[in-house]
Design a protein around this ligand. Structure first.
Ligand SMILES: Nc1ncnc2c1ncn2[C@@H]1O[C@H](COP(=O)(O)OP(=O)(O)O)[C@@H](O)[C@H]1O
Ligand SMILES: [Mg+2]
Length: 376
């Protein structure tokens, strides 16, 4: 019998696990809040918070627990694991993957290159770091940030003071602003015994620190892509990940540096649904259920563009977009429309990267712009 998998979280990542679960016959139970994206389309939802109470209720119902987001009570995850419920990824892996400072400590020690950094709780420490490494600096909340929330680029001490005020003096991760020639993500699926498959690197394009596009294959030299794969495999082993891991990397000329990790299916991997032999969602479930992993091989050029809330609700633009772009895969998450919020994504595939990219960008524009603008 396949194990029943408990998933902490009910957002779009949870929803995108469903087709793979249905195909493989893997029962899923989600721990989600009322109104989360998964509730509208799936009956097996426990209503609750990802706290001690919620996690215990979930564990009582399932054979193995995994996560769809990072804001999980890790002490309880550890307690459940100690009491015999498999937690995949483990509480120890999650403790690293959810903390940008721990990531740097653990992975630099394992030989992964990272930009210079420090943890600073006051203006003097930030200023001293800037004197040594040069401005501008990037300040980050060590935990809980996403989509660029919790990341600030500061040109001088005045700007740094404003950020420190905003975070009430919480210690911040400080880095120089790296001169980027590109950004990559490498997805790695890993089973409990260590069997691993590494996807080909994809290129991510950020606008205002939020992911806008993901491109397969990446527009980087082959040696850079090879180095990225090598580093991602090293990272997966170093933190003992189980399930999907997304390793975000900075490219600066020939240099490849670690940016951050996510130990779960990730936005950088959405194009694996149409663009690879086995999607990240399917390989996440296979790994968590300790089943043989599927091939990560690319099916050819693919581009994903996020659908971010603008002046109109993309759901209202669905019919027109489907009519105009019949070859594009449209994914809407069923979330309430709010400007700046990720509400869906589109993926285009084909033979030529720039053609595919144009098609995906057009479809995303059509979903987010008022009718007269999009059709002109
Ligand atoms: N040190 C840095 N130098 C240059 N750009 C950076 C730096 N840190 C972050 N960024 C930019 O901000 C984006 C978001 O930062 P990241 O730490 O990945 O935050 P999030 O958790 O919101 O994804 C990165 O993808 C990159 O484009
Ligand atoms: Mg990031």
């Amino acid at each position: 019998m396949p194990p029943t998998i408990g998933v902490v979280g009910g957002g779009q990542l949870a929803r995108m696990l469903l087709p793979s679960a249905a195909r493989l016959g893997l029962p899923l139970v989600f721990l989600a809040r009322p109104g989360d994206a998964v509730g509208a389309v799936w009956p097996a939802v426990l209503s609750g918070e990802p706290d001690a109470d919620g996690l215990r209720r979930l564990a009582a119902r399932v054979d193995v627990v995994t996560v769809e987001h990072e804001l999980v009570d890790l002490d309880t995850m550890q307690t459940l694991q100690d009491a015999g419920t498999p937690v995949r990824p483990s509480a120890a892996t999650l403790a690293i993957a959810t903390d940008k400072v721990r990531q740097r400590e653990v992975l630099a020690a394992a030989g992964v290159p990272v930009a210079p950094w420090t943890l600073a709780g006051d203006l003097d420490a930030i200023g001293a770091f800037g004197d040594v490494h040069g401005w501008p600096l990037v300040l980050k909340r060590p935990r809980g940030g996403y989509d660029g929330r919790g990341v600030w680029v500061v040109d001088d001490l005045d700007a740094a003071r404003t950020v420190l005020d905003e975070v009430d003096g919480d210690p911040l991760l400080v880095e120089p602003k790296v001169t980027l020639t590109g950004e990559l993500a490498v997805l790695v699926a890993r089973r409990p015994g260590g069997e691993t498959v590494v996807y080909d690197p994809v290129e991510t394009v950020q606008v205002d620190a939020m992911c806008r596009e993901v491109l397969q294959p990446p527009r980087v030299p082959a040696a850079v892509a090879a180095r990225a794969r090598e580093l991602a495999a090293l990272v997966a082993d170093a933190i003992g990940s189980v399930g999907m891991l997304s390793v975000e990397l900075f490219v600066s000329g020939e240099q490849v540096l670690l940016n951050e990790l996510a130990a779960r299916p990730h936005n950088a991997g959405h194009l694996t649904i149409e663009g690879t032999v086995t999607s990240q969602f399917e390989n996440h479930l296979r790994a968590v259920a300790d089943l043989p992993l599927g091939s990560p091989a690319s099916r050819g050029p693919a581009v994903m563009v996020n659908v971010v809330g603008g002046p109109v609700d993309p759901q209202q633009r669905l019919a027109e977009t489907l009519a105009a772009e019949p070859a594009v895969a449209v994914h809407l998450y069923g979330k309430d429309h709010r400007p700046g919020r990720k509400l869906g994504h589109v993926t285009a595939t084909g033979d030529d990267l720039e053609t595919v990219r144009g098609r995906a960008l057009r479809a995303a524009d059509r979903l987010t712009a008022p009718a007269e603008e999009a059709s002109s």
